[in-house]
Design a protein around this ligand. Structure first.
Ligand SMILES: [Fe+2]
Ligand SMILES: [Fe+2]
Length: 319
């Protein structure tokens, strides 16, 4: 029984039309389907039928839910028992409640929001992408032709959530969902950032400190390091999206990154690089106090941390 990987994330978008234009024309995502106020998208390297959901909202931005895939359908029942034993509620979504998705387990956890925002989900069954024939790759191990529309975003990677109780969230997701702690940041004795994964990548999920729970960012991977510079060229001159920081390299995770704000106001990271972990005895890395600036930006531009909504540039629907 195990959580296998991050499957998809749902962003709340008050300006869904501008967000859709941005994700498809500037970032190069492809629309798979739409249903009940949500638009389902994937990048060219995503094998699942969708990995990003844009959901129309009133004035709220942030995370609707983040869905992780488990290794087997029966894992869902075992995780439900564990989650409830840890003192948090669960609820089932029927197969098809989201298009292409089997039965799914939604849960509260120490970082969830009373109105069911920032929810986590576990799912086993998910439809694979049906790529139109003319967009298929001759490379049999790639779901779609390499696509350089706009930024040419490749595949889903991770998400980062701001919570007031980093330590509690980290311990819960380690104990209940079997995530592995990879790196953390400790300031004046308090854990203020923590990066965890279930695969060899350094993190599929991170929790960083903020007194008000909110989404920090979601992140997609690029094929080439040099594409980060292409990202700057494209977004700087695009009608939508505002650059926030980068290209730079984090010390934590060693990711080469670029953050920007999409038209609804959500922070989106595009990145390349990072490192992989294969050792089951991995000793988590801890960055302390005066090491924090280099943990955030090893080289390149230093940026405001923890990147809360009120620190970001105004999201321009149209420049
Ligand atoms: Fe889902
Ligand atoms: Fe990130």
């Amino acid at each position: 029984m195990a959580v296998a990987t991050l499957g998809h994330v749902e962003l709340l978008c008050p300006d869904i039309e501008s967000s859709l234009e941005h994700f498809t024309r500037v970032l190069g995502f492809h629309e798979s389907t739409r249903e009940d106020g949500s638009i389902y998208l994937r990048a060219w390297g995503d094998w699942d039928t969708y990995t990003l959901i844009l959901t129309e909202s009133d004035d709220r931005i942030g995370l609707g839910h983040a869905s992780f895939k488990v290794e087997a359908d029966e894992d869902l029942d075992e995780y439900q028992e564990r989650i409830e034993a840890s003192g948090y509620d669960t609820r089932w979504l029927e197969p098809g409640a989201e298009p292409g998705q089997g039965r799914a387990l939604r849960m509260d956890y120490p970082g969830s929001h009373p109105e069911h925002e920032h929810e986590l989900e576990l799912v086993y069954e998910m439809e694979k992408a049906e790529v139109p024939k003319e967009q298929r790759s001759r490379l049999k191990n790639q779901p779609q032709r390499y696509n350089d529309v706009g930024v040419g975003t490749r595949r889903i990677d991770h998400l980062n959530i701001m919570v007031p109780n980093v330590n509690e969230c980290r311990e819960w997701i380690e104990d209940v969902l079997d995530f592995n702690l990879r790196e953390r940041v400790v300031y004046e004795g308090e854990e203020v950032g923590t990066w965890l994964s279930v695969t060899p990548i350094v993190h599929e999920i991170a929790f960083v400190y903020h007194e008000r729970p909110q989404l920090n960012h979601v992140a997609w991977y690029l094929k080439y390091f040099g594409e980060l510079f292409r990202v700057v060229e494209v977004i700087k001159d695009a009608p939508t999206g505002e650059i926030y920081s980068g290209p730079s390299q984090h010390g934590v995770t060693q990711a080469n990154f670029m953050y920007h704000v999409e038209p609804s106001g959500n922070l989106f990271e595009l990145f390349n690089g990072g490192y992989l972990i294969f050792d089951p005895d991995w000793e988590p890395i801890t960055w302390y106090d005066d090491e924090i600036p280099e943990a955030l930006a090893w080289w390149g531009e230093q940026y405001e941390w923890p990147q809360s909504e009120d620190q970001r540039p105004e999201a321009a629907p149209s420049k």
